[in-house]
Design a protein around this ligand. Sequence first.
Ligand code: UD1
Length: 420
Amino acid sequence: MDRLQIDGGPRLDGTVRISGAKNSALPILAATLLADSPVTIANLPHLHDITTMIEMLGCLGVEVVIDEKLAVEVHPETLLDVVAPYELVKTMRASFLVLGPLLSRHGRAEVSLPGGCAIGPRPVDLHLKGLAAMGAEIEVDGGYVKARSPGRLKGARILLDVVTVTGTEHLMMAAALADGVTVLENAAREPEVVDLAECLTGMGAVIRGAGTDTITIEGVERLGSTYHRVMPDRIETATYLIAGAATRGRVRAVATKPSLLDAVLTKLREAGAVITTGEDWVELDMEGRRAKAVSVRTAPYPGFPTDVQAQFLALNAVAEGSSRVTETIFENRFMHVQEINRMGAKVVLEGNSVAIVEGVERLKAAPVMATDLRASFSLVIAALAAEGQTVIDRIYHMDRGYECIEEKLAGLGAQVRRLP
Ligand code: UD1
């Protein structure tokens, strides 16, 4: 099992190229199942999760061709099967998103329920309720969701009780081929929802309001070919900027979109960073200073992203002063706290959702273990800012969501090595 060895200390200084957004690429790959002719997706990040989704398409009989520019051409017209097996869905929740497109286009689908998840119970009840409201007959049997729709799904007015990102995406996809108009209320406003809507629109869908809390989808009879370039990964961008801040360094992220990062950039400025931005780049410079502690509270977009909480907590762990980090989206998303405390951080949990962080001048290297995707990178940040050599075990979690970690960190001057 791969481990990452990091010699802490040096300030990060340099430029990092941001990859395509994983959380946008996954639903977009699922959405290709709605089309009746080839769809080309560019700027896909090279990640385990993306490979899993492509394997899922393959498992359904769909041909996927990688072109010379590493764009992926999906041939949904070659589909042979509508069953998504447990073996694939259990390794990645987002693969559950094939349910809606299969059902909407082929009238039938059997998709395994996603298994438990390390960051708390993550139900899919709202996905299923929404599909049922569109007329799907849904039965859960033997761990599989078996869904049928006698004719086309029917447009419906759906109020989502909780703001759910993949739930919104799932229902938007299903509604694209439904008969009539679907209105999603209390929809997620995340930029990845907008990116998916743009891809669907390119395929011929009629969607208004993506990026607001009310999305209206006028169902159409068929969807077809398009070329879509996946948006830059805002979470990866935030992660590298925070790593720069924790090492009192300077990091320029390119091929990104800073306008999607307002909440994070505001907090980094409060922490003392000098931030400059252009349309597709953002630079953070600490000018050698130690960050000031800043409290954060996660919230749906445009609030502070839960996927950046662990990384910001690591910054607060070495910042001057104390701070409060509040998680409001997931129930059990502080597993990094125990690990970071092994490196000398002073973080105390108050219940499940609040961490009180007392900044220390320097962390000390210690063997630690990655627990989930974003939490893992918080340990990298801690290790970069620590004295000595840290080895992080179980980094397969990180490989699911961060492309070329060693190369990107090395490009910023970090001393990082992957150990087999
Ligand atoms: C997506 C992101 C993930 C991010 C999260 C929140 C992808 C592939 N993943 O996950 O990286 O951390 O958004 O920004 O895009 N909920 C229900 N019932 C449902 C669905 C969700 O109660 O049917 C609850 C969840 O338990 C959670 C909250 O809604 O408390 C938000 O979760 P949701 O937005 O659905 O997260 P994901 O879409 O799974």
